[in-house]
Ligand binder design. Structure first.
Ligand SMILES: *[C@@H]1O[C@H](CO)[C@@H](O)[C@H](O)[C@H]1NC(C)=O
Length: 491
């Protein structure tokens, strides 16, 4: 009887989920896990008892300030359309989006990363469906077993009725109970079980259809990925030290350009935003669709990775991709003079906020690319200088990013028990960043579709999404975020 009740519970529970019309692989998690939305702030790692101790003692270095390289914008910039057309002459090296000489990885938009992701998911789904298949089979089997059991029960009942005829008065009550139970069990077995099995079979079919679709998508991706991808983006002739320089030379459309901040280094490609706040912004970080994996090692973050831009059909690369420009390049750019940073972000409803710092310097390689920022303004909340406003005291100090070195999962430079390999922010929080102990913002974290996520969905149970705590808290992963820099000049 106990087993039977358990089974009823299982079937009933499954039915609840099924009627949700939510047929996705998360179906598995929803049913099997007990995912409760977690709302506590999580960015910090509170002190544990014992010898655990936290020191934020190292003073943050001042960001590069002093005389500006640029005066305010000249009142007229030549934005003649004909000059623009001229600038579109295709350079000899244009045609492929591979980087000139540095290891920027694949620079053109490619389905390959997407493919890898889909393949990964497919494996999970196939496993889930197989499991489900077995479950349904087992359910059918147990349902048969139970039918036999009930038949046995029916026989026993008849037998007992016969034997007990003489003892009617004594056993009457007991028999009534037994009859009641028998009737209940019989209806359940005859009606509820088959209908539940039918529902499960429908779910199975839906999942099978989905897998077929995914498989088709993968096939098409596979064909596209057979050849190494090339994107023909004519690179504008106008070039400069960075995007502000290009803007002042007449490059007024937002697209991919070549820049050469320093004659000792090879020129490289970058996306310039020439419209936001009058333009001149060099894009150093961009997340928008989860197409690039940001859980990478030190050398990748150092050199940069991702896709700079793609052509949306206009004949030039005006669509920024997801990328990290690279710590070496960001450091060089921000040390040339006072530099400001603009961090723009968007949630899954389309609301946007921003954070801006008047000074933004990334120290060199030898210092571990220490972050140094100046005055904050904006609507997103001051993550770099103030930390998470939900937290107080030392807990909040643990989430301040200014003055921190850069950390990746293979290079632990954070303030969480240095030297202890089990206490590494970058390992738990999904990407490279200026982790303290650990973060109030995590723009290079994992990309979660849809925004809200839970502890159970995170790889290590930590808030490893694309987080900006002062706007959305720990358990909301943003749809898009980008970081742009520009030489600071009073406008
Ligand atoms: C720090 O956070 C932990 C839990 O996250 C809490 O128990 C502790 O009281 C907090 N400390 C302060 C100073 O607020």
């Amino acid at each position: 009887m106990k087993r039977l009740l358990l089974l009823c519970l299982f079937v009933y529970g499954t039915q609840c989920t099924v009627t949700d019309t939510f047929y996705d692989y998360s179906f598995q998690e929803e049913t099997l896990g007990t995912a409760q939305p977690v709302v506590d702030p999580r960015g910090h790692r509170p002190l544990s008892k014992g010898s655990d101790h936290y020191s934020s003692s190292n003073a943050a270095p001042p960001p590069v300030s002093g005389p500006n390289r640029y005066r305010g914008r000249p009142s007229t910039t030549s934005t003649d359309e004909s000059t623009r057309e001229q600038q579109k002459v295709v350079q000899p090296d244009a045609g492929g989006c591979t980087h000139l000489s540095e290891k920027m990885g694949v620079m053109c938009p490619t389905g390959c990363e997407l493919k890898t992701n889909i393949l990964k998911q497919e494996r999970t789904v196939t496993a889930a469906v197989n499991k489900l298949k077995t479950d349904v089979n087992e359910l059918s089997k147990s349902s048969n077993t139970i039918s036999h059991y009930v038949d046995g029960l029916s026989n026993a009942l008849r037998e007992r009725q016969r034997i007990n005829q003489d003892n009617d008065n004594v056993v009457g009550q007991y028999t009534n109970d037994l009859e009641g139970q028998h009737a209940f069990v019989k209806t359940t077995v005859d009606t509820t079980f088959p209908s539940n099995i039918r529902i499960l079979q429908k779910v199975l079919e839906t999942l099978r259809d989905k897998i077929q679709k995914v498989e088709m998508a993968i096939m098409s991706q596979r064909t596209r990925c057979e050849k190494p991808c090339t994107v023909s983006c004519p690179i504008p002739v106008v070039s400069g030290k960075e995007c502000e320089d290009i803007f002042r030379k007449g490059g007024d459309s937002s697209e991919m350009y070549m820049i050469q901040p320093d004659s000792f280094f090879n020129p490289y490609k970058v996306y310039c935003d020439m419209t936001t706040q009058k333009g001149g912004w060099t894009l150093i970080q961009n997340r928008q669709d989860g197409s690039v994996d940001f859980g990478r090692r030190w050398d990748d973050y150092r050199a940069g990775f991702g896709n700079i831009a793609s052509d949306s059909g206009k004949g030039f690369c005006n669509n920024p991709g997801e990328y990290w420009l690279g710590n070496e390049k960001i450091s060089t750019l921000t040390k040339m003079g006072p530099t400001e940073v603009l961090i723009e972000m968007e949630d899954w409803k389309g609301d946007t906020v921003q954070a801006q710092y008047e000074q933004f310097t990334i120290e060199g390689h030898l210092s571990g690319y220490v972050l140094a920022t100046g005055k904050y303004s904006g609507t997103a909340g001051d993550s770099f200088l103030e930390g998470a406003s939900e937290l107080v005291g030392e807990n909040r100090t643990m989430t301040i990013h200014n003055g921190m070195m850069f950390s990746t999962y293979d290079r632990d430079n954070d303030k969480w028990i240095p030297g202890d390999p089990t206490k590494q922010c970058a390992r738990e929080d999904g990407g490279g960043w200026w982790y303290n102990r650990c973060h109030s913002s995590n723009p290079n974290g994992r990309y979660y579709w849809g925004g809200e996520y839970t502890k159970d969905m995170a790889k290590h149970g930590t808030d490893d999404g694309i987080v900006w705590m002062n706007w959305k808290g720990s358990w909301y992963s943003l749809k898009a975020i980008s970081m742009k820099i520009r030489p600071f000049f009073a406008s």
